[in-house]
Design a protein around this ligand. Structure first.
Ligand code: ADP
Length: 368
């Protein structure tokens, strides 16, 4: 029997936190359950639990909860940090770079040091921009060179014509100067034609009209067109051709252009009374054509540059006033479009040899 026990004191609640009607020294949690029989309350079952124990376990649960919360917070901070470092900052850099490129600043460079996909994307973007910048620079250089090469003959034509009109050049000398003017117009025509050829090679992505044809025949024909020029300098062209006929698979018109440019150069840069050798040879399925002269040669430092558009070596400027510096770039583009190679071996003061390869026609290979 518990003194002062009054379950109604609880206002119907089945638990209470206190010293349970003075039975305990400290606060306890008491949970009551009535025992009823025939709708009458016979007594109560009461379970007590020390409040300090409950608070202790409650505190330890809470501290586990706080630790987990702290770890989660730390983890999300770490994730946020890595996300910012690995994704956000590089993406910001890339977006900024694309804005710069869109505004036309193709020289803008940025650095993303990571080995993942974003790093690759940044590197590809950088590469793309540098290539566009390079081609823009090339284009500017190209236009500057074209303008320069057009301006100088036009200036001299204008100068001579003005001098003839105002009488500075007397009538009896008109013929001489008109010939010079004619020469200059020839140079302009040559320049325009070369530009058109180069432009066609580029814009069409070099559509080749490949057929099987006899390269010996083409070499003989092309060499023959230089007869007049050779006679003037007393130059002989010696042909050392493999077989009577030699079929190759290539674009005949374009290979003719290659031969024309190479022989033209060989004659231009040869001394009087010399010999130019055009030789063919076979190695594996390839046919090699060599155009060799004993002319002024090309200085070692210039060898790489001769394929560039508008490149003319200092040595050649005196010898070849009509040169456009486009001949060899046309040659290289044509040979490359065929998937073949062209090389030059040259020694200054001794001579030059240009060798290019061509694919033999199947008919030839079967005969071998
Ligand atoms: P160009 O129409 O001015 O000859 P190319 O592109 O054909 O232009 O040649 C470029 C330069 O390469 C020439 O100006 C010359 O300096 C050099 N070159 C080309 N072929 C020869 C050669 N056979 N011997 C010496 N130099 C050559």
């Amino acid at each position: 029997m518990i003194e002062n026990f009054d379950p109604t004191q609880n206002n119907g609640s089945y638990y209470m936190v206190d010293n349970f009607f003075g039975n305990f020294d400290q606060n306890v949690l008491s949970v009551l359950a009535p025992i009823t029989s025939n709708y009458k309350v016979k007594g109560y079952v009461v379970i007590h639990s020390d409040m300090s124990d409950i608070e202790k376990s409650c505190n330890s649960l809470l501290s586990i909860f706080y630790i987990i919360l702290f770890i989660l917070l730390l983890l999300s901070l770490i994730i946020l940090f890595f996300f910012t470092e690995i994704v956000y900052i590089p993406l910001r850099k890339i977006t900024h770079a694309t804005e710069e490129y869109a505004a036309g600043n193709m020289h803008y460079e940025f650095q993303v040091d990571s080995d993942d996909e974003i790093g690759y994307l940044a590197a590809s973007l950088n590469y793309m921009a540098s290539e566009i910048a390079r081609s823009e620079d090339d284009q500017k250089k190209f236009v500057a060179n074209v303008s320069h090469d057009f301006r100088s003959p036009l200036t001299s034509i204008r100068g001579y014509l003005e001098a003839m009109i105002d009488g500075t050049i007397p009538t009896e000398l008109h013929e001489k100067y008109l010939k010079i003017v004619l020469n200059e117009t020839d140079r302009l025509t040559k320049l325009t034609n070369s530009l058109l050829v180069l432009n066609n090679l580029n814009t069409k992505g070099m559509l080749l009209d490949k057929t099987d044809f006899d390269i010996n025949h083409v070499i003989r024909d092309t060499a023959a067109t230089f007869e007049g020029t050779c006679r003037k300098k007393n130059i002989a062209i010696e042909l050392i051709l493999t077989g009577d006929e030699m079929y190759v698979n290539a674009d005949m018109g374009k290979i003719q252009q290659v031969l024309y440019n190479l022989i033209d150069n060989a004659i231009k840069f040869s001394h009087h009374d010399s010999v130019i050798k055009i030789e063919t040879s076979i190695y594996k399925s390839k046919l090699f054509v060599s155009v060799k002269d004993t002319g002024i040669g090309i200085p070692k430092d210039n060898l790489k540059l001769i394929w560039d558009r508008f490149y003319k070596s200092d040595l050649s400027r005196g010898k070849d006033k009509k040169g456009t510096g486009l001949g060899l770039s046309i040659v290289k583009e044509i040979i490359n479009a065929h998937g073949e190679h062209i090389n030059v071996i040259s020694t200054e003061g001794v001579g030059s040899e240009f060798i290019f390869s061509l694919q033999q026609a199947k008919t030839n290979e079967n005969e071998d």
